[in-house]
Write a protein that binds this ligand. Structure first.
Ligand SMILES: Cc1cc2nc3c(=O)[nH]c(=O)nc-3n(C[C@H](O)[C@H](O)[C@H](O)COP(=O)(O)OP(=O)(O)OC[C@H]3O[C@@H](n4cnc5c(N)ncnc54)[C@H](O)[C@@H]3O)c2cc1C
Length: 434
C-alpha cells in the first residue's frame, strides 16, 4: 500500500516510524529544501516518551534532551506558588524530557533514513493540493528541488503539514486559517549556568503584566559546562503578525518588562539580554474540527489540532496520533475504515486539550494568586491558594491530556510525596481534617 505523508516535521517522522514498525513503507514529502536548525524548545511528556520508547529511540532521544525533574510556579516576587515533580520523579513509568526541536527532528530523521532508506523523505516537495477518486489520491506538488515530483499517486494521504496545512485546507477550506490568541510569544535560548534542580521548568510572573517560562534543553551545551535554556515570554496586545518560527527578534525589547522582578535563583534580565537567539511569533491554534478524515485522506498533529503551547502537550499529542494511526491501519483490513477508527480514537480527546489550553490550562494558578493578593506579596501561600486546590487543578488538567497522575485512584494524601515537603505536610493535614 502506498502511503504518502505530507510534512517531515516531528509528527510526520514519528508516523513514518510507527507505520514502518507495523510493516508499511510510507513516503514523506517535505516542503523545506533542507533540514535547517529552526525552532527552540519543546517538551516531551511521559506519554510522548512512551511512544519514543515503542520506537526504540529512548537512548538516542535521551542523548540530546534534558530530564525534566520538576515544574514550578512563582509570582513576580520570586515567591513559590506551587510545584510538582515531573516524569519518573512523579512516579510515571516514563520520563519527561525537554528538547531542542531541531535535535529531536534530527534523531527521528536519522531513524527514518536508517529504517526506511535514505529516499523515504523527499525534500523540496511542497504539497499544493490533492484529488481523490475510487482508486486512490493524486497529490500535487510545487517542485522546490530536482528530486520532488510534480504529482504522485497514493492509496492514502496523511496531512502532517503543520498549522498552515494544505491538506487541512483541502478537507476544510473554511476552517484552515489559524486563530490568533492575542498573545505574542518571544522565544529564545541562552547559554547559562544551570539553575535549581538543573531540570526545572519555571513559570514566573503576574499574568496581568506578562509571564516568562523557561526550561533547560541541552546540558553541557557546545562543549561547555553550561546549559542551553529555552525561554518564552507572553506579551499581550500586539497586533497579529505573520506566523513564522524563524522571525528574529531583539530580546532587549522585552527584557525591560522583567527588570524589577525578583528571583534569587535566576537572573531573568541577564538571561534575556545575553540570548544566543530570539524569535517572535504569534500564539495561534485551530478551532477544533469535527472530522479529520475524508475517505483516503486524514490529518495528524498540528494539521489536525494545533494548540497553544501552554501545558507542553502539542508534540506528545502528535506522537499519540502517529501510534494510533499505525495501529489502526495494521489492525483493520479496510484502510478507509482504519483511518476513521484512528480519528475516532483521537479526535475528541485531543480537541478537549485544545479547548483546555485556551482557558489558560494549569497556568490559571498564577492568575488566581495575583487576583487574591491584589498583585502584592503574600506571607503564606496556603492562605492564598491552598496546595489541595492547586493540586486539584493540576490533576484535572493532566487527566484531560490523557496523563492521569500515577496514583490517581488514591487520595490526595498519597499524592503528597509529589510536592515539596512543606506542601506535602499541608495536603496531609487538609485531608486528615476533612
Ligand atoms: C520550523 C518549525 C519550528 C518549530 N519550532 C517550535 C518550537 O521551537 N517550539 C515548539 O513548541 N513548537 C515548535 N514548532 C511546532 C511543533 O513542532 C509542533 O507543534 C509539534 O511538534 C507537532 O508537529 P507536526 O509534525 O504536527 O507539525 P510541524 O512540526 O509544524 O511540522 C510540519 C512539517 O510540514 C512541513 N510542511 C508544511 N507545509 C507543507 C506542505 N504544503 N508540503 C510539504 N510539507 C509541508 C513543514 O515544513 C514541517 O516540516 C515548530 C514548527 C516548525 C515547522
Amino acid at each position: 500500500m502506498e502511503i504518502a505523508i505530507i510534512g517531515a516535521g516531528l509528527g510526520g517522522l514519528a508516523t513514518a516510524l510507527h507505520l514502518h514498525r507495523q510493516g508499511f513503507r510510507p513516503r514523506l514529502f517535505e516542503s523545506a529544501t533542507g533540514m535547517r536548525e529552526v525552532g527552540v524548545g519543546v517538551a516531551l511528556r511521559p506519554y510522548g516518551m512512551r511512544e519514543v520508547d515503542e520506537l526504540g529511540l529512548t537512548d538516542q532521544v535521551n542523548e540530546v534532551t534534558v530530564d525534566a525533574v520538576e515544574s514550578t510556579f512563582y509570582n513576580q516576587y520570586g515567591q513559590r506558588i506551587y510545584g510538582e515533580k515531573s516524569g519518573t520523579h512523579m512516579g510515571y513509568a516514563y520520563p519527561e524530557r525537554y528538547a531542542h526541536r531541531a535535535l529531536l527532528q534530527k534523531v527521528l530523521l536519522n531513524a527514518v533514513s536508517e529504517r526506511l532508506g535514505p529516499d523515504a523523505v523527499t525534500l523540496g516537495a511542497r504539497c499544493v493540493g490533492f484529488e481523490q477518486d475510487a482508486d486512490g489520491v493524486t497529490v500535487r506538488f510545487e517542485r522546490r528541488s530536482g528530486a520532488a515530483p510534480e504529482r504522485m499517486r497514493a492509496d492514502l494521504l496523511i496531512g502532517a503539514d503543520g498549522i498552515r496545512s494544505v491538506v487541512r485546507a483541502g478537507l476544510h477550506p473554511d476552517l484552515s486559517e489559524p486563530r490568533y490568541s492575542g498573545v505574542t510569544m518571544w522565544r529564545g535560548v541562552t547559554l547559562m549556568e544551570p539553575y535549581l534542580s538543573g531540570g526545572s521548568i519555571l513559570h514566573i510572573g503576574a499574568p496581568s503584566q506578562g509571564s516568562i517560562i523557561c526550561y533547560p534543553i541541552i546540558d553541557k551545551a557546545f562543549g561547555t559546562d553550561l546549559t542551553l535554556v529555552n525561554w518564552a515570554i507572553e506579551e499581550y496586545g500586539r497586533p497579529q503578525m505573520v506566523e513564522d518560527w524563524n522571525c528574529p527578534a531583539d530580546p532587549a525589547e522585552v527584557a525591560g518588562m522583567f527588570g524589577d522582578w525578583e528571583a534569587d535563583f535566576i537572573d531573568l534580565g541577564t538571561m534575556l539580554r545575553t540570548a544566543r537567539a530570539a524569535y517572535v511569533i504569534p500564539m495561534m491554534d485551530h478551532d477544533p474540527l469535527d472530522s479529520w478524515t475524508d475517505r483516503r485522506v486524514t490529518l495528524l498533529g498540528d494539521a489536525a489540532h494545533a494548540m497553544y503551547p501552554r501545558g507542553g502537550n502539542g508534540l506528545g499529542q502528535a506522537f499519540l496520533d502517529a501510534a494510533a494511526l499505525a495501529r489502526n491501519l495494521a489492525g483493520i483490513a479496510d484502510p478507509q475504515e482504519a483511518l476513521l477508527a484512528y480519528e475516532d480514537e483521537r479526535r475528541d480527546a485531543v480537541n478537549r486539550v485544545v479547548i483546555a489550553n485556551r482557558g489558560e490550562g494549569p497556568e490559571v494558578i498564577r492568575r488566581l494568586v495575583e487576583e487574591r493578593t491584589g498583585g502584592r506579596r503574600f506571607t503564606d501561600i496556603e492562605d492564598v491558594l491552598p496546595a489541595v486546590e492547586a493540586d486539584a487543578i493540576f490533576a484535572e488538567y493532566h487527566r484531560l491530556a490523557g496523563m492521569n497522575r500515577p496514583d490517581e485512584s488514591g487520595t490526595a494524601a498519597s499524592r503528597a510525596g509529589f510536592f515539596d515537603e512543606q506542601q506535602a505536610a499541608r495536603v496531609r493535614s487538609a485531608v486528615s481534617s476533612a
